[in-house]
Design a protein around this ligand. Structure first.
Ligand SMILES: [Zn+2]
Ligand SMILES: [Zn+2]
Length: 162
């Protein structure tokens, strides 16, 4: 059976990884994950055979037991390392559909509104010329959702740190 490569990386493309297989995917509601991700919870999946194929994450020890990896250039949260097999932030996978969460952790810290997110009304921009023009005018500087030989393909003046 052929298996598609499990790859991913940060938004700027300075850090890229590959994993042999993925383990259990979770969302962690603890306050530390909220802060580390700047989100409502931490979406993480255990990796097996994780290797860095471009660059490597910088590390912040968020506690005496946990080290969190992130891209030093663009700030994307990448890893959660508790001393066992490293967990990867699900949204950084080139295909996050590979890691549907199977378990929720730390209910005591859960934000109250999280349970109501799926019933929020949707904004419908179809037929709004101003919003459609804005959306079609967006040029992404993020790394694409697949491995590349070199990145960025050319200097983008907006992101030139020189
Ligand atoms: Zn980056
Ligand atoms: Zn957590």
């Amino acid at each position: 059976m052929t298996q598609t490569a499990i790859t991913g990386g940060c938004q700027c493309g300075a850090v890229r990884y590959r994993a042999e297989t993925l383990g259990r995917a979770t969302i962690c509601h603890c306050r530390m994950c909220q802060k580390a991700f700047g989100g409502f919870f931490g979406p993480l999946v255990t990796t097996h055979g994780l290797v860095w194929t471009r660059g490597a994450p910088a590390v912040f020890a968020s506690s005496n037991k946990i080290r969190r990896g992130f891209c030093e250039k663009c700030g994307t949260p990448l890893t959660y390392d508790w001393g066992g097999e490293v967990e990867i932030a699900i949204g950084t996978l080139d295909d996050p559909e590979l890691a549907p969460p199977a378990l929720q952790l730390r209910p005591t810290d859960k934000l109250s509104f999280v349970e109501r997110l799926h019933v929020l009304p949707w904004r419908d921009d179809t037929g709004d010329p101003e919003m459609e023009a804005f959306a079609t005018g967006i040029i992404s500087y993020q790394h694409p959702d697949h491995d590349t030989e070199t990145w960025p393909p050319q200097a983008s003046p907006e992101n030139d740190n020189a």
